[in-house]
Design a protein around this ligand. Sequence first.
Ligand SMILES: C[S@@+](CC[C@H](N)C(=O)[O-])C[C@H]1O[C@@H](n2cnc3c(N)ncnc32)[C@H](O)[C@@H]1O
Length: 254
Amino acid sequence: MDNGFDSPKPTPRITLSSELQNITSTTDPSITLSSQDLLGPKELGDERKRFWNMLALLIPMTGYQSPEHRTVQVLDIACGKCREGFVLSTYFGGNRFGNPSPNVLVSGIDINPDDINTANENNSSYDIDRKTRVPMFNYQFINGDATNLDQYPQLPQTADVFVIRHQQISSNEVTWTTIFQQAIDRLGENGIGIITSFSDVEHDMLIGKLEQLHCEVVMNKPNPHAEPTETQGVSVDRHIAIVKKGSLASGILI
Ligand SMILES: C[S@@+](CC[C@H](N)C(=O)[O-])C[C@H]1O[C@@H](n2cnc3c(N)ncnc32)[C@H](O)[C@@H]1O
């Protein structure tokens, strides 16, 4: 059956994100949602589905396996609003779509405090009794500078997965090169780093830079699940590169 997913795992199903389920299942009359209110969550849901499909299609090709008997550490660098947090928790926890895992810790860092506030909100759950959103134990978001991760002892020293979604090397090459190297330095022996770009030019710049850093670029692909934007040549997660810790020389590309 074609359910719209490329999945290597138990058949996932399309569900409302868990926070939306909580909100819509309440009978509290003070909480009413108009179709306009639902537009944001629907767009977020669609974006999450595409991000899931990208991971489900491409990550198995890298041979990556999440560790089974300890917390999986996912480091989301320059995470912005971290719209992908639930998907990262779900996918790398080996769960079905829509079911974030308590066995995954997603740690996000971004220099923009407003984005970090939104990241906290995007990755929280709704407490019906307290009528407010509450943080979840398996996500943490830090307002900080990713060019020097050592400043933030809360971040894992070793990451199983790092994500840099929509890197922006064209805005400041020195800053972003430092961010890439900091991320690579945190990768564990069997870890992978996922980096996506909005545009062809930005991605070419990324690949050129990665080839000079201490990592192995194991995948470099256009993303079949990228979402076009109104700007020609710009898509959400247009290209993806996957790196492993390694030497200067890149290996065979998938
Ligand atoms: C194109 S946005 C991508 C945000 C998010 N990953 C996404 O896909 O929506 C680039 C992000 O890099 C963040 N950023 C830029 N310089 C940074 C730094 N030195 N440390 C941490 N974050 C930084 C910005 O605040 C912004 O959120």
